[in-house]
Write a protein that binds this ligand. Sequence first.
Ligand code: Z5A
Length: 211
Amino acid sequence: MSGKFITLEGGEGAGKSTVLEVVRVRLASRGLDVVVTREPGGTAFGEAVRAIVLDPARRDITAESELLLMFAARAQLVREVIQPALAAGRWALSDRFTDASYAYQGGGRGQPRARIAELEDWAALIKPDLTLLLDLPVAEGLARVGARGHADRIELESGDFFERVRAAYRERAAAEPARFRVIDASQPVAVVRGAACAIIDAYVDSVEAVA
Ligand code: Z5A
């Protein structure tokens, strides 16, 4: 069976980190060899970019620079980690990918969709096979991350910014129903985890059925 690429997306505090581990374990229990990564990050170069873009002291970064930095990290991650994994028949699981650029830099910052699509074509190269979108009211997500007591550069944005991010994610999910599965992330953790496992089981079954 050839490797598949699965991504987790959602706004602040939606529970991606919480769900990531349960998805990884579920895939492994199906006998799949899984590479787990995150964005921005996942490579030495990408983690260096992450430190810059999330640094709350870097108030000077322009919307254009931010978009290019996200794709610089992504170009490296795809070529260094994801493509080699898929080529070897492994599965790749990423905490965020290009949909986050459409949501944050497109929806949040107002960067033109066509510009992001162009970058996607030549820098990202690949699209996820399956994307789990953890959807949560903005206020609830911000309350969850606010409990941490520290905010990164993007978390310092306004509620309006995160409403635009959420709307952009939901728009993308509606436009690509075959790839997206939307989970109501306001449900208790156990329910969200159960929903993620059911989606993964059904997806792996469907892949095995055509293999
Ligand atoms: N970004 C971008 O702008 N453009 C891009 O192209 C890419 C990324 C790829 C990455 O930061 C930032 O980069 C991100 C988008 C931007 N924006 N910011 N900031 P990150 O990876 O550090 O942050 P994050 O992706 O937003 O993750 P997060 O804030 O840590 O949230 P999360 O992983 O989705 O949630 P969590 O850590 O699993 O849960 C948060 C808390 O809620 C925690 O205490 C949990 O115990 C609790 N939780 C989780 N689920 C539940 C439920 N169901 N009920 C109650 N409580 C829950």
